[in-house]
Design a protein around this ligand. Structure first.
Ligand SMILES: Nc1nc2c(ncn2[C@@H]2O[C@H](COP(=O)(O)OP(=O)(O)OP(=O)(O)O)[C@@H](O)[C@H]2O)c(=O)[nH]1
Length: 200
């Protein structure tokens, strides 16, 4: 699962924008799988611990070409001191946890009762890297949009990623609206949900 916290506007260069997204969260909560599915169209069945890894992807929103630079970090406490090296110049931070393991949220918030709003996040989204590639695409599309627009994500239920993205993309670049659950409607943890969902 992921929480998103936009830090600054993306660099806009005419019709071309760049966005740096840092993905953090407890070890084995699904960060690498999320990035693999989005950037490589491939779900990694085997777990390989991450130290640092970079991914890039390019897509279009509102006729703007977006270059997304995604930084995968290690969730291991062993790397607590080096993880912050990824933060400078980032536009958004995705804070991930595994919805089937509430302790992975606890380790983010330090207190399990904290939710996205308390963390200063702007949106909440659930996804499954294993089961639904469209939900993964939504995560990064919404991340990009909230980074650009700097407003809380709206409440839209996703039917298909493309349709939702079109609805999102048809809206003016500022302010942000997106398919993510608004924070006031952020659900409590549901252990029966699929593993590796995403909060933004
Ligand atoms: N069922 C299910 N398993 C998942 C999903 N995403 C990841 N996993 C599994 O969870 C395990 C850990 O996934 P990773 O993506 O490597 O976890 P990580 O957060 O990058 O882990 P670190 O590198 O230790 O920080 C792997 O065995 C994945 O196959 C998912 O959406 N559903």
């Amino acid at each position: 699962m992921v929480l998103v916290k936009p830090v600054m506007l993306m660099m806009m260069d005419g019709q071309h924008s760049r966005c740096k997204v840092v993905v953090v969260g407890d070890t084995q909560c699904g960060k690498t799988a999320l990035l693999h599915v989005f950037a490589k169209d491939n779900y990694p069945e085997n777990y390989v611990p991450t130290v640092f890894e970079n991914y890039t992807a390019s897509f279009e929103i509102d006729k703007h070409r977006i270059e997304l630079n995604m930084w995968d970090t290690s969730g291991s406490s062993y790397y607590d001191n080096v993880r912050p090296l990824a933060y400078p110049d980032c536009d958004a931070v995705l804070i991930c946890f595994d919805i089937s393991r509430p302790e992975t949220l606890d380790s983010i918030t330090k207190k399990g009762s904290l939710r996205a709003r308390e963390l200063g996040a702007v949106a909440y989204v659930e996804c499954s890297s294993r089961m639904c590639v469209n939900s993964v695409r939504d995560v990064f599309h919404i991340t990009t949009l909230v980074s650009v627009r700097r407003e809380p994500a709206p409440s839209l239920k996703r039917s298909t990623s493309r349709r939702t993205l079109k609805r999102i993309s048809n809206q003016p670049l500022l302010p942000v609206t997106s398919q993510a659950t608004p924070l006031e409607a952020t659900p409590t943890l549901r252990e029966d949900r699929a593993k590796s969902c995403t909060i933004m």
